[in-house]
Design a protein around this ligand. Structure first.
Ligand code: HAM
Length: 416
């Protein structure tokens, strides 16, 4: 019997895993510098959390959730995204009682039952951030700047920042009405989902992935023309802060995002190298969600980075991230094997990565292995070396070599 992974999920192993590790460690560094702290939330949540926040008429809730009853017949969902669980955690643990703003980052797998294709998976990973308690657009710009710095630290400079404002509950009714008027004569040609959305949540028609709906929405009213004065001002201030921070951006008035909780600022970072699924990271403000979940009124903003898409771009860059051992300890004979084992442990305790030889292999094959592993040094221990108490070392990068007393090896300068 041969098993294989389920459709739309994937294993992670070397060498790709090195890129993942590098991305995670740079995220940790950069986000910490902006005062974000790590937070870990469960992978399963009660289904309502996602239905209420992402929205009943969204593609995610209507079609893509992994939802199942548990043994006590409660409806459970594998998280399709991280914002709703973080908001649940923020309220349940009264984190709003801590000094504002509260800023968090998280990473881990998300699950959406989508049709798998390039850049779209059923289990995919996100690194996300959420900041609570600040309404000013200065924070929106700061968060975009943090994302830009993170991407630059990974060597990515050629990405586009697309921004928009989708208004608030005050301007939304006028915009909704404009959409209803626009689509009134087109409803017969909308897909069955959008026919329903037309009456329930017309904004979602702008996010439909069906080709005929994409065609029908050409020329639809743009949300930026319906913003109330406060939202307009917020959007303008956001843009002037972006300019101050030297962040080039384009306004994409058609970007409404696929989740219902957004208010005001929304944004996406896109790459032309990714094909149809070109958003590497996306996010926005959700100033009403904490209150809707039963918490105190709390403005909030965040984004999530799609790890697979980011790694796909990084893989096309030439830099290799493979890690290689500092030292290969080539041992010849049983006694030397024992000595090698104990030296290796001492070096590792000092933080030096060491690979040992196994299986009585010849010196030649151990040297070949050291080359293949791209080790910096080979240290050779055989019977003669044990007798004399002096072992040979060779630097594989510059060809230099020499001898050193066994007792001195832990302090050998070249290793540090
Ligand atoms: P989202 O736009 O649904 O937003 O997802 C964010 C990113 O996750 C996307 O831009 C994409 O890179 C990646 N992604 C989404 N679905 C898939 C998939 N099926 N396969 C591979 N990658 C995928 C959110 O999830 C929001 N929670 C972001 C946010 C945080 N907004 C505020 N705070």
């Amino acid at each position: 019997m041969k098993y294989s992974a389920l459709k739309g999920v994937h294993d992670l192993f070397p060498p790709d895993i090195y890129i993942w590790q590098k991305v995670e460690s740079i995220a940790d560094e950069v986000f910490s510098a902006y005062g974000f702290h790590e937070l870990r939330v469960p992978i399963i949540e009660s289904t309502d959390i996602f239905v209420r926040s992402i929205g009943e008429t969204t593609d995610i809730v209507e079609k893509e959730m992994y939802t199942f009853p548990d043994k006590a017949n409660r409806s459970i969902t594998l998280r399709p995204e991280g914002t709703a669980p973080v908001v649940r955690c923020y309220i349940e643990n009264h984190l709003y009682n801590q000094p504002s703003p509260q800023k968090f980052f998280y990473s881990g797998p998300m699950f959406r039952y989508e049709r798998p294709q390039k850049g779209r998976f059923r289990q995919f990973y996100q690194i996300g951030v959420e900041a609570f308690g600040v309404p000013e657009p200065k924070l929106d710009a700061e968060i975009l700047s943090m994302l830009k710095l993170f991407l630059e630290r990974l060597g990515l400079k050629e990405l586009s920042f697309e921004v928009n404002s989708i208004g608030c509950e005050k301007c939304r009714p006028d915009y909704k009405k404009a959409l209803i008027d626009f689509f009134a004569s087109k409803t017969v040609n909308l897909c069955p989902d959008c026919k329903r959305r037309y009456t329930q949540n017309p904004l979602r028609i702008l996010d439909c992935k069906v080709d005929s709906c994409i065609e029908l929405r050409a020329g639809a009213p743009q949300v930026t023309n319906y913003l109330c004065n406060e939202c307009k001002e917020h959007f303008e201030e956001f843009q002037s802060s972006l300019k101050l921070l030297n962040i080039s951006y384009i306004i994409n008035p058609n970007m409404v995002r696929g989740l219902d909780y957004y208010t005001r600022t929304t944004f996406e970072v896109t790459s032309e190298h990714l094909g149809a699924q070109k958003a590497v990271a996306a996010g926005g403000r959700y100033d009403r969600l904490v209150e809707e979940f039963g918490g105190p009124p709390t403005p909030a903003i965040g984004f999530a980075i799609g790890m697979e898409r980011l790694v796909e771009i990084l893989k096309n860059k030439s830099e290799t991230l493979e890690t290689s051992p500092k030292v290969v300890l080539a041992t010849i004979g049983k006694e030397a094997d024992k000595e090698g084992l104990s030296i290796a442990e001492k070096l590792r305790a000092k933080g030096i990565s060491v690979e040992l030889g196994y299986g009585n292999s010849s010196l030649k094959s151990q040297m070949r292995r050291a080359d293949r592993l791209k080790a910096d040094y080979v240290v050779i221990i055989g019977d003669d070396e044990l007798k004399s108490g002096r072992i040979k070392w060779k630097n594989l990068k510059d060809g230099s070599q020499g001898e050193i007393g066994i007792w001195e090896i832990e302090g050998f300068k070249g290793f540090y």
